[in-house]
Every structure is written in structure tokens, then in C-alpha cells.
Design a protein around this ligand. Structure first.
Ligand SMILES: [Zn+2]
Length: 307
């Protein structure tokens, strides 16, 4: 029986589209071949890169989405879109969840209906640019969630779509947390206490996510990890969040294929077992390791689906 591993953020769909490559075997960080050691469920982001969007954000979105979907269909003996987590847990295929990275696609509330029809399971409200919904952390823009943003939160909640707060400004983060009653995802952000990088979250932010029943995914981006990043540096962030009482609120959000350099010792998705072994070597007990590997995200998906 393979171990279950859930990774709640990658940019493989974006890279596959622009590099015209496939999901079964490629030169990227993630393909089906590289997943063999695990039964894995990966969150594939449709990343709306403002530098490439051109005239029509809708056209850009559908190009990426359709391209990814056709790769899922081509490889359907190995991988399937996961609509119900219980179905995923009882079959032996790899799983895919599709997310949207960049709320700039949402220019009206009707777009949220569209996202639900397209089985988009989570939406990162902003990327590094601010948009109609909220301000982004890397933009340096002041202000938080807009009036439209509050309406978007309501609509996403009604449609059972998870709100992902990676990339959002600190002010917008608190606006969302003070408003939403549903558990959030912070899919790819680390500890600002361990590595003082603005895309990471403070202890207080982490505690708010824990109180809310949400989950934070650990990012492998070197800038988010600290100096000379390696497997141990990744685990330092995990240990810090565990120290804050976060065993039920931690997951992985590698950002594979969204990051150009990888921590020492990590080559691609197939290196994931080194992190798991490293956690066990540092005496993180197996129950907690399994929560981080999969159970916390399984709980989040079940909670959201019940809403
Ligand atoms: Zn990102």
C-alpha cells in the first residue's frame, strides 16, 4: 500500500501549456512517472500570470484549463480529477484537483458559478498583483478586501470553493479572517519567524488559521526557506508551526514548477520521500507526519464539502 501524499500547490499546468509538454513524463518537477512512490493528490493551479495574459483573461484561462484537462483525459488510466475525496481514497489512481491562482479572473460574481461548474476547488484571491478583490502582499498596495471582495468570499463559500490566502496582503488576510466562518487554505507560505520574507506568514497569522480550522502548506521556494535551504530547512518551518500547536493545520504546498531553484537535496517531486524520512529522523511522530502528508487536507476537503 503506497503512502498517501497531498501537495496543495504547483504550477505544472502553466508550465505544461507554455512548454507544450505532457503530464505523463516531462522535464518539469512533476509528472505521473515522478509520483510513483506515493498515491498522491496534487493541486494544479491555473496560474493567471499578468505578464502573459494579453487582451483576454478568459481566453488565457481556458487555454490553460483545457490543455490541462486534455492531459488528464489522455492519462486517465493513471490519474483522475478528484471530485469526492472518498472516491480518491478507495481507488489506486493518482489524483488531481484544479485550483485558480489569481482572482483577477473573477470580474463578476457569475464567474464564481463558472469556476464551480469547471470543478475549480480553491481560489487564491490574489497573486503578486492586487485586483478587484483584494490587495496583494508583494504589490505593497495599501488597503484590504474590497466590497466586491466580501461578495466574492460569500459566493465562493456558497459554492463550496476553498479560499486560498497565499499571496494576499497582511491587511487583506485579516479582513478575510475576520469575516469568513469557513476554514481557509494558505496553500504555499512558510513561517516569517523562521525566514523573514513578506510572502511568509507571522505566528499570529498562523494561529488565526489554526483557530479557523484552516491549513497552511509548506513552500519549497528557496527565498521562503532561509539561507542555504535544504531538506532540514524545510523541516525547520514545519517544526516551528508544530511548536505553535499546528499539527492539525499543516500540509505541503511545494510550489513545484513555480520555482526556478530548489533546496539542496530536492530534485523534483520524486524527492518528496527525503522530506518524509527527514521528519521522522527528527522525531516528529508518525501520526503527525501523516496529518501533514494528507490527513489535514482530507479533513479540510470534507469540511468544505459538508458546507
Ligand atoms: Zn504562487
Amino acid at each position: 500500500m503506497k503512502r498517501i501524499l497531498i501537495d496543495c500547490h504547483n504550477d505544472t499546468a502553466y508550465r505544461m501549456y507554455f512548454e507544450n509538454t505532457n503530464l505523463f513524463s516531462n522535464n518539469l518537477h512533476i509528472d505521473i512517472n515522478k509520483q510513483k512512490k506515493f498515491k498522491s493528490l496534487l493541486f494544479y493551479a491555473i496560474f493567471l500570470d499578468p505578464d502573459y495574459i494579453g487582451d483576454s483573461i478568459d481566453l488565457y484561462f481556458y487555454n490553460l484549463y483545457n490543455n490541462f484537462f486534455s492531459q488528464l483525459n489522455l492519462n486517465n488510466e493513471h490519474i483522475e480529477l478528484v471530485k469526492d475525496i472518498d472516491d480518491f481514497l478507495i481507488n489506486d489512481k493518482q489524483g488531481a484537483i484544479i485550483t485558480l491562482e489569481g482572482g483577477n479572473f473573477i470580474d463578476s460574481l457569475e464567474k464564481v458559478d463558472k469556476l464551480m461548474e469547471l470543478n475549480i476547488k480553491a481560489v487564491t484571491l490574489t497573486w503578486n498583483n492586487s485586483n478587484k478583490i483584494a490587495t496583494s502582499q508583494m504589490s505593497g498596495d495599501k488597503g484590504g478586501l474590497s466590497k466586491f471582495g466580501y461578495n466574492v468570499i460569500d459566493k465562493l463559500t456558497e459554492k463550496g470553493i476553498i479560499i486560498d490566502l497565499s499571496h494576499i496582503s497582511d491587511a487583506s488576510f485579516y479582513d478575510v479572517m475576520n469575516y469568513t466562518k469557513k476554514p481557509v487554505l494558505v496553500s504555499h507560505s512558510n513561517s516569517r519567524k523562521i525566514c523573514d520574507f513578506p510572502r511568509n506568514i507571522t505566528d499570529d497569522m498562523f494561529l488565526r488559521v489554526a483557530q479557523n480550522g484552516g491549513v497552511v502548506g509548506i513552500n519549497f521556494c528557496c527565498d521562503f526557506l532561509g539561507e542555504n535551504p535544504n531538506v532540514d530547512t524545510i523541516i525547520n518551518h514545519i517544526e516551528h508551526f508544530l511548536y505553535l500547536g499546528g499539527e492539525n493545520h499543516l500540509a505541503f504546498g511545494s510550489d513545484f514548477d513555480g520555482i526556478s531553484t530548489l533546496p539542496h537535496g530536492i530534485n523534483d517531486f520524486s524527492s518528496f520521500d527525503k522530506i518524509i524520512e527527514g521528519m521522522l529522523k527528527r522525531n516528529i511522530n508518525i501520526e503527525i507526519v501523516e496529518k501533514i502528508m494528507s490527513k489535514n487536507i482530507i479533513n479540510l476537503l470534507k469540511t468544505i464539502d459538508k458546507i
